[in-house]
Write a protein that binds this ligand. Structure first.
Ligand code: GLN
Length: 277
């Protein structure tokens, strides 16, 4: 009985290969191919979907990885991953006519996930730097950023120079972690989440935290008695990381980012999450 239902279903599928069944078949193929070769996925979808519109024809699924512990760029709200990067990624996927899946993981797992082909890209407030460029390609930048220093309001650290010999909290694998390494006699304490580093500062277990400016602002609002030093530790820029040598995808993303900048949509997304003081 079961077997004949499957046979009928298969026959219907074959007859209607360009309609409903064909569609779902394409989706499965696209999903499987998304991690490895997006170019191929896009082409297959176009070939199968003769009746689809131009946007749908671009088709396929993009797998994004991020670390949703980084407000206002990515965080969880009602169990959904939201934030500036998530909204930008959704807007890009929409422009490319592609589905978007977001996966949450540790920050230092993001680049390996792209390299192994588990993900197509990372949007994670990721700073462009030369070392990372050896392992991934970056899109055009979409935000100015900085590493800042959070200290106790009544502490004796007033400038980056005072960090010598201090206990410094950072998030593992971030640029804050990398730069903290250069501090003379610095005792670096690494945490999986930026918020954990900040909590350890409130508990007096570290003397300062080096972290990105916008998350720093969010974290000090949530923890009384802390402040951000006026002088930033570094100035940097964020971009989306894509698997090496997938220039086709980098170009598509860059066009989408350009459109989002020019239309003002990017600024709108930023304004939704960062309110002017
Ligand atoms: N901008 C920092 C970096 O790229 C931190 C990013 C993050 O923690 N999500 O290393």
């Amino acid at each position: 009985m079961k077997k004949s239902i499957i046979t009928i279903a298969a026959a219907v599928c074959m007859a209607a290969v360009l309609t409903a069944c064909g569609g779902s078949q394409t989706k499965t193929e696209t999903t499987a191919a998304a991690g490895t070769e997006t170019t191929t996925a896009g082409t297959e979808t176009t070939a199968a979907g003769t009746e689809t519109t131009a946007t749908e024809a671009a088709g396929g699924k993009l797998v994004m990885v991020t670390n949703a512990e980084f407000p206002p760029y990515e965080f969880r709200e009602n169990n959904e991953i939201v934030g500036i990067d998530a909204d930008i990624a959704r807007a890009i996927a929409e422009k490319l006519g592609m589905e978007l899946e977001i996966q949450d993981m540790a920050f230092d797992s993001l680049i390996p996930a792209i390299q192994s082909g588990k993900a197509d890209f990372a949007a994670a407030g990721m700073t462009v730097n030369e070392d990372r460029k050896k392992n991934v390609d970056f899109t055009d930048t979409y935000a100015e950023a900085a590493q800042v220093i959070i200290v106790k309001e009544d502490g004796d650290i007033v400038s980056p120079d005072d960090l010598t010999g201090k206990k410094i909290g950072v998030q593992t694998g971030t640029t804050g972690d990398i730069y903290a390494d250069d501090i003379e006699n610095g005792d670096i304490q690494r945490f999986n989440k930026g918020m954990e580093a900040v909590m350890s500062l409130t508990q007096g277990k570290v003397d300062a935290v080096i972290i990105d400016r916008e998350p720093a602002k969010v974290f000090i609002k949530e923890n009384a008695g802390l402040k951000i030093l006026d002088e930033a530790f570094t100035e940097e820029e964020y971009a989306i990381a894509i698997k090496k040598d997938n220039w086709e995808l980098v170009n598509k993303f860059n066009s989408a980012i350009k459109e989002l900048k020019e239309s003002g949509e990017l600024q709108k997304i930023v304004d939704k999450y960062i309110t002017a003081e």
